[in-house]
Design a protein around this ligand. Structure first.
Ligand code: ZN
Length: 98
Protein backbone atom coordinates (compact mmCIF):
# COMPACT_ATOMS: atom_id res chain seq x y z
CA UNK A 1 0.00 0.00 0.00
CA UNK A 2 1.06 3.55 -0.63
CA UNK A 3 1.61 5.71 2.39
CA UNK A 4 -1.63 7.58 2.89
CA UNK A 5 -2.00 11.12 4.08
CA UNK A 6 0.84 12.90 2.25
CA UNK A 7 -0.48 13.23 -1.28
CA UNK A 8 -1.02 16.98 -1.37
CA UNK A 9 0.90 17.38 -4.64
CA UNK A 10 -1.48 15.14 -6.53
CA UNK A 11 -5.09 15.73 -5.63
CA UNK A 12 -7.43 13.88 -7.95
CA UNK A 13 -10.66 15.54 -8.95
CA UNK A 14 -13.83 13.70 -9.82
CA UNK A 15 -14.22 13.78 -13.62
CA UNK A 16 -17.97 14.23 -13.27
CA UNK A 17 -18.60 16.77 -10.49
CA UNK A 18 -15.12 18.19 -9.93
CA UNK A 19 -15.01 17.29 -6.27
CA UNK A 20 -11.47 16.84 -4.92
CA UNK A 21 -11.06 13.21 -3.93
CA UNK A 22 -8.68 13.51 -1.03
CA UNK A 23 -8.86 9.90 0.03
CA UNK A 24 -9.51 6.49 -1.51
CA UNK A 25 -12.74 6.26 0.50
CA UNK A 26 -14.12 9.01 -1.76
CA UNK A 27 -13.43 7.14 -5.00
CA UNK A 28 -16.22 5.54 -6.99
CA UNK A 29 -16.42 1.77 -7.28
CA UNK A 30 -16.66 -0.80 -10.04
CA UNK A 31 -19.01 -3.79 -10.02
CA UNK A 32 -16.19 -6.04 -8.81
CA UNK A 33 -15.50 -3.72 -5.90
CA UNK A 34 -12.34 -2.11 -7.25
CA UNK A 35 -11.99 1.65 -7.08
CA UNK A 36 -12.55 3.96 -10.03
CA UNK A 37 -10.00 6.75 -9.80
CA UNK A 38 -11.85 9.00 -12.26
CA UNK A 39 -15.12 9.48 -10.40
CA UNK A 40 -16.21 10.01 -6.81
CA UNK A 41 -18.53 7.76 -4.86
CA UNK A 42 -21.35 10.30 -5.18
CA UNK A 43 -21.24 10.10 -8.98
CA UNK A 44 -20.16 6.52 -9.67
CA UNK A 45 -20.95 3.35 -7.76
CA UNK A 46 -20.92 -0.36 -8.66
CA UNK A 47 -19.73 0.33 -12.18
CA UNK A 48 -22.39 2.88 -13.12
CA UNK A 49 -23.18 6.54 -12.79
CA UNK A 50 -25.68 7.21 -10.03
CA UNK A 51 -27.41 9.79 -12.22
CA UNK A 52 -26.82 8.46 -15.73
CA UNK A 53 -29.15 10.94 -17.39
CA UNK A 54 -27.94 14.09 -15.69
CA UNK A 55 -26.93 16.94 -17.97
CA UNK A 56 -24.03 19.32 -17.55
CA UNK A 57 -26.55 22.03 -16.66
CA UNK A 58 -28.15 19.90 -13.96
CA UNK A 59 -24.76 18.95 -12.57
CA UNK A 60 -23.86 22.64 -12.46
CA UNK A 61 -27.04 23.38 -10.52
CA UNK A 62 -26.37 20.56 -8.05
CA UNK A 63 -22.78 21.62 -7.48
CA UNK A 64 -23.77 25.28 -7.14
CA UNK A 65 -26.22 24.35 -4.39
CA UNK A 66 -23.55 22.36 -2.55
CA UNK A 67 -20.93 25.10 -2.83
CA UNK A 68 -23.38 27.79 -1.70
CA UNK A 69 -24.33 25.54 1.19
CA UNK A 70 -20.64 25.39 2.09
CA UNK A 71 -20.50 29.17 2.26
CA UNK A 72 -19.51 30.27 -1.23
CA UNK A 73 -21.25 33.09 -3.06
CA UNK A 74 -23.50 31.75 -5.80
CA UNK A 75 -21.92 33.88 -8.54
CA UNK A 76 -18.44 32.71 -7.56
CA UNK A 77 -19.55 29.09 -7.45
CA UNK A 78 -21.14 29.32 -10.90
CA UNK A 79 -18.02 30.94 -12.34
CA UNK A 80 -15.78 28.19 -10.99
CA UNK A 81 -18.11 25.46 -12.22
CA UNK A 82 -18.47 27.00 -15.67
CA UNK A 83 -14.68 27.07 -15.89
CA UNK A 84 -14.09 23.55 -14.67
CA UNK A 85 -16.99 21.17 -15.30
CA UNK A 86 -17.00 21.33 -19.14
CA UNK A 87 -13.35 20.20 -19.14
CA UNK A 88 -13.94 17.10 -17.05
CA UNK A 89 -13.83 13.73 -18.78
CA UNK A 90 -17.55 13.04 -18.40
CA UNK A 91 -18.55 16.28 -20.11
CA UNK A 92 -15.71 17.05 -22.48
CA UNK A 93 -16.45 13.93 -24.51
CA UNK A 94 -19.95 15.24 -25.25
CA UNK A 95 -18.54 17.90 -27.54
CA UNK A 96 -16.94 15.35 -29.86
CA UNK A 97 -20.40 14.46 -31.16
CA UNK A 98 -20.16 17.32 -33.63
ZN1 ZN B 1 -18.32 13.21 -8.53
Amino acid sequence: METAGTQAEKTVFCQSCGMPMTGSELLGSEQDGTKNADYCLYCYENGAFKQPGITLEEMTEDCTRIMVHEGMEEAAARRILADSLPHLKRWSTLKTAE
